[in-house]
Design a protein. Structure first.
Length: 341
């Protein structure tokens, strides 16, 4: 075919898997169930997941998002976000007589437990992650005297440890797989006896979404990642797309944030979404692209995901009664009363 005369057909490469991971799904459903069971308001410490649309939707249903435990009125219900919290936050909640629901992703809890275990064995823990991210704050809080945050390969030179034979690395669950291993390699060069965690800390969903983007990246003139700017795994997808050879890559929360000039001269658009993004937002982008001639959609499949997590156990209890009892100073040690089936 003469490419000079026939424009390339317009198509969308749609990544699979994309969007909600099991931990996000569990956390969002947990807020909805808590509102259903206990009525509004249910307080949530930090954004339940890093997605603007999800947070706004839950706010309309009666969730109240706060930055500090001190903002939650005594005797209320508070939920901890999927990113996890430090032990001190549990203590603050107990002091304020709050009934708590812990929606921490089980894969984040795994990293917390690793941090506690290695701290108990008196290791220096090098936590690869982004300074100031809620997940990193929560994990660091498990063993603050043992943990040093390493925010990428450029931080490695600054790291100091007490005993080079007792050093372990752990990581935030939502990082770029490639950059993390670049950091690990640099750490191993400095500390040859560096211990690795028993299993990878970067979660399966983050890895799968990055793999799908790598598969489409070189074929895409433009990659659109649906996700919020404060979502670590979504921001990483933009970086991975560019690293894989995409002509350009942009992060948008909603279809209306797409700049039409991005589509100039583009025949192939790659589309994916971060692990905290509901599919309705991806559908909005597909409609936007279809209206501009990108009607042909091909699936780029990197993995099958079938993992699900059970809901937080606290949702099986009568937390309003517990909160009232705590507030009245009459909390009992026995099991909480079960709500009617």
């Amino acid at each position: 075919m003469d490419h000079m005369t026939a424009p390339a057909p317009r198509r969308v490469l749609l990544a699979a898997p994309r969007g909600y991971c099991a931990g996000v799904d569990r956390a969002v459903i947990a807020v909805e169930k808590a509102l259903e069971q206990y009525g509004a308001p249910v307080y949530v410490r930090h954004e339940i997941v890093h997605n603007k649309y999800v947070v706004q939707t839950l706010e309309r249903k009666g969730a109240i998002f706060v930055d500090r435990t001190a903002e939650v009125p005594e005797g209320s219900i508070v939920m901890f976000s999927a990113h996890g919290v430090a032990p001190i936050v549990h203590e603050e909640a107990a002091q304020r007589k709050l009934a708590t629901i812990d929606a921490t992703c089980p894969l984040v809890t795994k990293v917390h437990k690793e941090a506690v275990r290695y701290a108990n064995e008196d290791f220096d823990i090098l936590l690869i992650g982004h300074e100031g991210h809620e997940e990193v704050i929560g994990t660091s809080g498990e063993a603050p005297d043992h943990i040093t945050i390493v925010d990428g390969p450029q931080d490695v030179e600054k790291v100091t440890v007490r005993d080079e034979s007792k050093v372990v690395w752990l990581s935030q669950t939502t990082l770029s797989v490639d950059e993390t291993y670049e950091t690990v390699d640099a750490l191993k060069t400095r500390f040859p006896l560096l211990v690795s965690p028993p299993s990878d800390d970067i979660c399966y969903a983050t890895q799968n979404r990055q793999t799908a983007v790598k598969q489409m990246g070189a074929d895409a003139d433009l990659v659109i990642v649906v996700g919020s700017k404060n979502s670590s795994n979504s921001v990483r997808l933009v970086e991975v797309a560019l690293g894989a050879g995409a002509g350009a890559a942009h992060l948008v929360d909603f279809a209306e944030e797409i700049d039409e000039t991005w589509l100039e001269g583009v025949s192939t658009v790659g589309l994916t979404s971060g692990a905290s993004v509901p599919e309705v937002l991806v559908e909005g982008v597909l409609e936007y692209l279809a209206a501009r001639g990108f009607e042909d959609v091909e699936l780029v499949k990197a993995a099958e995901e079938s993992i699900t997590f059970s809901l937080p156990k606290e949702l099986r209890r009568d937390l309003r009664a517990e909160a009232a009892a705590l507030n009245a100073g009459a909390a009992e040690d026995g099991p909480a009363e079960q709500p009617g089936a």
